[in-house]
Write a protein that binds this ligand. Structure first.
Ligand SMILES: [Zn+2]
Length: 403
């Protein structure tokens, strides 16, 4: 392990990062990895112990003699509140500081009713899920929403989708009840973070997540981090136009966006136009199972058009894995195989040399798990830990939001 130069002394926040990541488990490890002197290590560890970010494990391995005290990240030293908002339902949860779900529930919501209706519902659920735990235990809050989000401002940014939410800064509203840093992100970004961290971390750090559901969206993980772009609009794959889309007007105002020709909504619309009485994806599943040739054609066409757009994204981003999620991709094997075929045909040889195309493995909890990681990455970063914001949970403190 290389020693750090003395000029760049590791802070308490960096020492915590080493303990959380497993790179250092004892005071001696910390000294070895950071190059800090023994008193300097002791100072930082004492601070982390006092702030209850770290606890000592007296049950060290018995190797004869007195084992060195092990330092463990205190995952129960606080909680984060997370929520994943969809068009008609929301999942909310309380997680510990390792991202483990402690309590969760699902809510029926109509997101179009706006933040004045939806946010109080979500916040009431968080209060119920907290139970006897004091609000002062809440270290951070995260919400994934089905809209483009200007990440730093915590504002949604979609003129025609979730119109009643547009321009509303969500964090101050939530922080009034839960005084902690609040983070808002696009729902697909949050799912991409969850899928990457739980399934692919360290193995595939360049990942493209495509959600095919009522709508089509994507989240890009580049070098292990979510790619948000300058303001938060990166990954808006749904509004890239396709060839031969038939001239369909998209809800964004453009023609033949992949969202308007290959999403679950588009598949239902096309089947209805061909005289099938379908109202939900379950109806489409039945037709696929029954081997209905027309339905198979519609699904394959959708897969071809989506595949073209994903192939361009693969050329641009060179991911090592493309993950297809959302209920359409998870339900229809012809969709996945169709997309796979087009990607291999239309992407460059180098971009597809080691490319894997997989179905989502995390399932419906991906949103809240990803949200927990998004919040924890921020509130446990060395910079956040070294700032004055993180104090022991003795009483309700007014912690200024980071956003
Ligand atoms: Zn569009």
């Amino acid at each position: 392990m290389p020693r750090r130069p003395a000029a760049a002394l590791a802070t308490s926040g960096e020492v915590l990062r080493l303990i959380r990541s497993g790179e250092a488990a004892t005071r001696a490890d910390i000294g070895r990895v950071t190059g800090l002197s023994r008193p300097a290590v002791s100072l930082r560890v004492t601070e982390l112990l006092e702030r209850r970010l770290v606890v000592e494990d007296s049950e060290g391995p018995s190797t004869g003699g007195r084992p060195p005290t092990r330092l463990i990240f205190n995952a129960s030293g606080g909680v984060v509140l997370v929520g994943s908002l969809g068009a008609s339902r929301a999942q909310v949860a309380v997680c510990d500081l390792a991202g483990k779900v402690l309590a969760d529930t699902a809510l029926s919501v109509d997101v179009e009713e706006g933040p004045d209706v939806v946010l109080p519902l979500v916040m009431r659920s968080w209060s119920e899920l907290l139970g006897d735990r004091p609000v002062s235990l809440v270290r951070g809050v995260g919400l994934g929403v089905p809209a483009t989000v200007e990440f730093a401002a915590g504002r949604t940014e979609s003129a025609r989708i979730m119109a009643s939410w547009t321009g509303v800064a969500i964090p101050p509203i939530i922080a009034e009840s839960f005084p902690a840093p609040v983070f808002l992100d696009n729902d697909v970004n949050v799912i991409a973070i969850g899928e990457h961290r739980e399934i692919y971390a360290g193995e595939a750090d360049d990942l493209l997540f495509i959600k095919v559901s009522t709508r089509i969206g994507s989240g890009v993980i580049a070098g292990g981090e979510i790619l948000r772009g300058a303001l938060g609009a990166a990954g808006e794959i749904g509004h890239i136009p396709v060839r031969d889309g038939g001239g369909v007007l998209c809800r964004c105002g453009n023609i033949d966006c992949v969202d308007s020709v290959a999403s679950g909504t588009a598949i239902l619309r096309q089947l209805r136009a061909r005289g099938h009485e379908v109202t939900s994806l379950a109806d489409v599943v039945s037709l696929v199972r029954a081997g209905d040739a027309e339905t198979m054609t519609v699904v394959r066409d959708a897969a071809r058009m989506l595949g073209e757009v994903v192939a361009s994204a693969v050329n641009l981003l060179n991911p090592s894995v493309v993950v297809l999620g959302g209920d359409v991709a998870e339900t229809f094997q012809p969709m996945v195989s169709g997309v796979r075929e087009v990607i291999y045909r239309r992407s460059t040889a180098l971009a597809t040399r080691n490319l894997r195309i997989e179905r989502s493995r995390l399932g419906p909890s991906a949103g809240i798990i990803g949200c927990a990681h998004m919040v924890l990455d921020h509130i446990l970063s060395p910079e956040a830990v070294d700032s004055a914001g993180w104090q022991p949970p003795r009483s309700v403190r007014s912690v200024r939001s980071l956003v």
